[in-house]
Structures are given as structure tokens and as C-alpha cells.
Design a protein around this ligand. Structure first.
Ligand SMILES: Cc1ncc(COP(=O)(O)O)c(C=O)c1O
Length: 401
């Protein structure tokens, strides 16, 4: 799955860097096109296919940006590596929520959203031919960074039989030896699984033994259900020695459009990310940094109510699914559901039927990797009425007997 090399026959051929042709194609672009076609044809599509938070940023954070936009200090270039107050703010949140101590100046890098860091990390750590361990199914941005580093991916299957955690014993001796980096992501996109502290303790041991850097993508770190706060990788003893965690404000505070993320942990890795960023960016707009600090240090009841909203949607939707005979375990975290497709369908064919015949858009599991086959992902990013209606529409197709 790579973009084909573009050889122009025009009189002025535009060159293409070889590495560009290695970038994976965007599987979900086709899904978006299909959804848009149904909408253009006048259909009322319930779109459960994407991962974009549907409710607005809490007002006190927006007001903070409004006020700080007027501050002339922020109209100048920001410090290259961002304002200290923002690094201190995220360190404070980690101390309060996870009892993890971080040095704001050496163990925190400010990112233009988590995605940027996920793509940068392989480029600062890997050389062509190095191996990166990647979850399958997994978030496709991991593939992009590995491709840009011209490294090789070795996929770690996430199987229901192992609670969607990777089985380190199953990794071949060769890949274990060659691997220099590993991505993990809990609460997980797309499977919605969460990871216990014991898993991260095993991970630190595995990483130390095999000299593999761990990158924990904690994008859904705030979203855990039934009273369980998801565990941070950095809570495992020794985690900072072997890796970093990516954190983002996109999901915790409904700030996906603001582009604020962090890399946290191992100081040597953080300094490499900062060095690369010194050559590409001049940190985020100061006003956004001030509002981001307000999000992290201000009242956190907005997070509690957001999680309660997703939990209530989850309960409504999964009850409605069980009424139509679609049995699936309820998610423990993230805002996704990972549902098995009925026998006889591929995930893509099943998603296609739901869109064409029920006007409900879902993401086929195959788009997240070969072990995503047999599942579809839904996002709990519509109101309860719409979620119930989606299940009812699917029920009328009589596919679950
Ligand atoms: C698993 C995962 N990681 C990282 C991100 C990136 O988030 P952002 O770039 O908005 O910080 C997302 C966004 O959907 C995600 O699902």
C-alpha cells in the first residue's frame, strides 16, 4: 500500500523525493468520499465512521484564548521550545492524575498535536532498515512515520483472545533483535481495549531486555468507563528509562482543532524531538499555549462530564445493539466500539452494506491492519437519539440472526 511514483510527462517535470512514494495510501479517504456521495444524494447519513469529537471546547478554555489573543507578548515569535508555563501545566496534570513526576524543561516537548510527534519519533530514532514494532490493528499514523524514516514495520497482532494486548513472546527472535522502537496505544484505537499496570511493567522488562524504545500513545488517556481511570505507561517503574508517552488535548478537552500535544518522559528522546522541531517550527501561537495551560490547570469537571457523556452513549448504543441481536463487549475506554461483523462478510463489504442500505457509516477494521479484518469500528460521537436510531436502522436489515 504505497503511493505510486508520479512521473510527469510535462516539459517541466516536478521531481518527487523517493520517500514520498513510500507513504501509505489513506484508506479512509475512500470512506469519506462514499459518505459524501450519499449525503450529496440527499440521504440522512448517521456517520459513526470518524474520530472527531462532536462537542465544543469548554467555554473557560475558549475565553482564555480570547483574552490571550490580545496579549502583545504572544504576537511575537514564541520561544522555540514553547512557554515554560505550558510545560509546567502538563507536568502538574501528570502529577495530580497519575502521580508521575516530570521535569518540565527536560522531560516535556510541546507538539503540534500528538500526530506530529508520532510521525517525528521514528525519524529521530530510526535508520533505514531498522525495525519498528507496530500494533495490528492500529492507528495508521504510526505507519507514516516509519515510512518517512525508511524503516520496516513488524506487526504485533492484537487479538481478542489476549484482550487486544500484544503478545511479546510471539515476536520472532529476529524482529526482537532488530527492533529499536515500539508503538503502544491504550485506551486503544480502534479496539477500545485498556491496559493494566502489569502489562506496562512487563513492557518495561521486555524493552530493557531487548533494547527497544517504547512509545505509548495515550491520546484517549482521559476516557475510561465504569469508574476506571486508564493507566499511564509512565506509571510503570522504569518507564522513563525506556520510553516516552504522547499526550494530547484533542480528546480530553475537545480541542482537536487546536493542535496541542506533548511528548513526555525520557529526556534523551525528548531532546531529539526538540532538536528536530527547532529546525521545522517555532512552537505554537502563545495564545493557544496560554489556553492549553488553562485547560490543564483549570477546573477538570468538564473532563468528568465528557467521560460521563460517552459512557451514557455507550450504554444506550450497546443496549440497542443487543436488542437487534448484535452482541459485542462494551468498551472500557476511548470513544470507540469494536464490533464483530456477521459471518460471511468482510469488514469492507459489511461497512458498504450498512452505508448503502441503512445509511450508517462505520469504519471497516481492515483499514487499521490485516488483524482488523472481521470487525468494524464505530465512534460514540453522535447524540444518544442518533446512536439508537443507527442501531434500529441496522436492525431492519435483519443481518443478526
Ligand atoms: C490513537 C490516536 N493517536 C493519536 C491521535 C492524534 O491526535 P492529535 O494529533 O489530534 O493530538 C489520534 C487522533 O485521532 C488517535 O486516535
Amino acid at each position: 500500500m504505497t503511493n505510486s511514483e508520479n512521473k510527469s510527462s510535462s516539459a517541466f517535470p516536478i521531481p518527487t523525493a523517493h520517500v514520498m512514494s513510500q507513504l501509505p495510501t489513506q484508506f479512509f479517504a475512500t470512506l469519506v468520499q462514499n459518505v459524501n456521495r450519499e449525503i450529496a444524494n440527499g440521504h440522512d447519513v448517521i456517520n459513526l465512521g470518524q474520530g472527531n469529537p462532536d462537542t465544543p471546547t469548554p467555554p473557560h478554555i475558549v475565553q482564555s484564548l480570547q483574552q490571550s489573543a490580545e496579549n502583545p507578548l504572544y504576537h511575537k515569535y514564541s520561544p522555540f521550545r514553547g512557554h515554560s508555563f505550558l510545560k509546567e501545566a502538563v507536568a502538574q496534570r501528570y502529577r495530580e492524575d497519575y502521580h508521575v513526576e516530570l521535569d518540565p524543561e527536560t522531560e516535556v516537548a510541546i507538539l503540534f498535536g500528538g500526530k506530529t510527534g508520532l510521525v517525528q519519533l521514528p525519524q529521530v530514532l530510526l535508520n533505514p532498515g531498522d525495525v519498528c514494532l507496530v500494533p495490528d490493528p492500529g492507528y495508521p499514523d504510526y505507519w507514516s512515520g516509519v515510512a518517512l524514516a525508511q524503516a520496516r514495520m513488524s506487526f504485533m497482532p492484537l487479538l481478542q483472545s489476549n484482550s487486544f494486548l500484544p503478545d511479546y513472546e510471539a515476536i520472532s527472535a529476529e524482529d526482537r533483535h532488530k527492533a529499536k522502537l515500539m508503538f503502544l496505544n491504550y485506551p486503544n484505537n480502534p479496539t477500545s481495549a485498556t491496559a493494566p499496570l502489569s502489562f506496562y511493567e512487563d513492557t518495561v522488562e521486555f524493552a530493557l531486555k531487548n533494547q527497544i524504545v517504547v512509545a505509548s500513545d495515550f491520546a484517549y488517556g482521559a476516557i475510561g468507563f465504569d469508574g476506571h481511570r486508564p493507566v499511564s505507561f509512565l506509571q510503570a517503574p522504569g518507564a522513563k528509562e525506556v520510553g516516552i508517552e504522547f499526550y494530547t488535548l484533542s480528546k480530553t478537552y475537545n480541542m482537536a482543532g487546536w493542535r496541542v500535544g506533548f511528548a513526555l518522559g525520557n529526556a534523551e528522546i525528548i531532546s531529539k524531538i526538540n532538536l528536530l522541531q527547532d529546525h521545522i517550527y517555532v512552537s505554537l501561537f502563545g495564545g493557544i499555549q496560554a489556553a492549553a495551560a488553562e485547560a490543564l490547570t483549570g477546573p477538570q469537571d468538564c473532563v468528568t462530564s465528557l467521560v460521563a457523556r460517552y459512557e451514557s452513549r455507550r450504554n444506550t448504543f450497546f443496549e440497542a445493539l443487543s436488542t437487534i441481536g448484535w452482541q459485542a463487549p462494551k468498551p472500557k475506554g476511548s470513544f470507540f466500539g469494536w464490533l464483530p461483523v456477521p459471518e460471511g462478510y468482510t469488514s469492507a463489504a459489511f461497512a458498504d452494506i450498512l452505508l448503502r442500505e441503512a445509511k450508517v457509516a462505520v469504519a471497516p477494521g481492515i483499514g487499521f491492519g490485516s488483524h482488523g479484518e472481521g470487525y468494524i469500528r464505530i465512534g460514540l460521537l453522535s447524540g444518544e437519539e442518533r446512536l439508537r436510531e443507527a442501531a434500529e436502522r441496522i436492525g431492519t436489515l435483519n443481518l443478526f440472526k
